[in-house]
Write a protein that binds this ligand. Structure first.
Ligand SMILES: NC(=O)C1=CN([C@@H]2O[C@H](COP(=O)(O)OP(=O)(O)OC[C@H]3O[C@@H](n4cnc5c(N)ncnc54)[C@H](OP(=O)(O)O)[C@@H]3O)[C@@H](O)[C@H]2O)C=CC1
Ligand SMILES: Nc1nc(=O)c2c([nH]1)NC[C@@H]1CN(c3ccc(C(=O)N[C@@H](CCC(=O)O)C(=O)O)cc3)C=[N+]21
Length: 285
């Protein structure tokens, strides 16, 4: 039987309506959540994402600002900008769009963002809190993925989750979150041997590799939940995931589409984190 398609777009819409109400409540208390996104350079994909983020903020009433810096910006100039934003009481969330030009050390930049304004959840303090199970700002894509899995109403506890990809922004943190939900988690990557056989053991398969349609039905156990994080823009302009959707949807129980799956959830969780950060900073429950 063909899989049910989990519409991230629909789930995101419902959550954003809730966030809009929450923002209105905060404004009544004199707090307007504010997000500042820094974009260094003119990478076309980054431009698209940054514009999508700004538009999403506007729709729910969050104040947003995009700081565009030249691609030749020095590391020190970027650090100075971050320091200024760390101190700006009207800025609750700071996001530096990745990737950064090669003269800039990504780690150093992430480290410079105040952990309480780190709405990406990338700062080592927040990553550490996640790893040891303390409350913190959760990374957006992983948190969005968990929300999509919850939509299936299938219990995560005790399930075997296989994550393909171990990046700091998706694979690793989503593994931590699944572990926290009591899944048995297997993390895999480019050096994993016999990946299809391991992936095929998964009740929940999360794919975040960045290789268009690499995951075919040979990787998928019939009845599995398949979450496709991949966002690959082909030369034709078409956006496809890391999963071969048409064939995998025939055997999975649930599957996320690309576009319209994980992507809209990432932005929604960013909005949620910005509101969360504003509440924390102003000591509002
Ligand atoms: N929808 C959304 O909101 C988001 C989507 N994305 C998309 O998700 C995808 C992954 O992003 P990101 O995690 O940043 O990517 P990275 O390039 O940082 O990491 C890719 C990971 O996949 C692994 N990998 C690469 N090739 C293979 C292979 N052939 N077999 C097994 N593992 C492999 C790598 O292994 P190794 O570590 O060994 O090199 C690495 O761990 C991209 O398409 C990106 O655009 C990313 C963020 C948000
Ligand atoms: N500091 C930082 N934080 C990030 O969260 C971050 C980043 N850098 N760099 C790049 C990746 C990628 N990313 C996406 C966000 C939304 C969609 C998204 O909404 N996609 C839509 C539309 C896709 C399209 O049409 O282009 C969808 O899948 O339906 C995709 C990818 C966030 N990232």
């Amino acid at each position: 039987m063909a899989a049910q398609i989990i519409s991230g777009k629909e789930v995101a819409k419902t959550i954003r309506e809730e966030l809009k109400r929450e923002t209105e409540e905060l404004k009544k208390k004199g707090i307007t959540p504010g997000l500042t996104v820094i974009l260094v350079g003119d990478d076309p994909a980054s431009q698209i994402y940054v514009n999508m983020k700004a538009k999403a903020c506007e729709e729910i009433g969050i104040r947003s600002e995009v700081i565009r810096m030249d691609r030749s910006t020095s590391q020190d100039d970027l650090l100075e900008e971050i320091n200024r934003l760390n101190q700006d009481v009207n800025v609750h969330g700071i996001l530096v769009q990745l990737p950064l030009p090669k003269q800039i050390d990504e780690k150093l930049i992430i480290n410079a963002i105040s952990p309480e304004k780190d709405v990406d959840g990338f700062h080592p303090v927040n990553v550490g809190k996640l790893a040891i199970g303390e409350n913190t700002l959760l990374p957006c894509t992983p948190n969005g993925i968990l929300e999509l899995i919850r939509q299936t109403e299938i219990e995560i506890k005790g399930k075997h989750a296989v994550v393909i990809g171990r990046s700091n922004i998706v694979g690793k943190p989503v593994s931590f979150l699944l572990l926290r939900e009591n899944a048995t988690v297997t993390m895999t990557h480019s050096k994993t041997k016999d990946l299809p056989a391991i992936a095929k053991q998964a009740d929940i398969l999360v794919v975040a590799i960045g290789k268009p349609e690499m995951v075919t039905k040979e990787y998928v156990k019939p009845g599995a939940i398949v979450i496709d994080v991949g966002t690959n823009r082909l030369e034709s302009g078409k956006v496809v995931g890391d999963v071969k959707f048409d064939e995998v949807k025939e055997i999975a129980s649930f599957i996320t589409p690309v576009p319209g799956g994980v992507g809209p959830m990432t932005i929604t969780m960013l909005l949620k984190n910005t509101i969360e950060a504003a509440k924390q900073i102003h000591h509002v429950k």
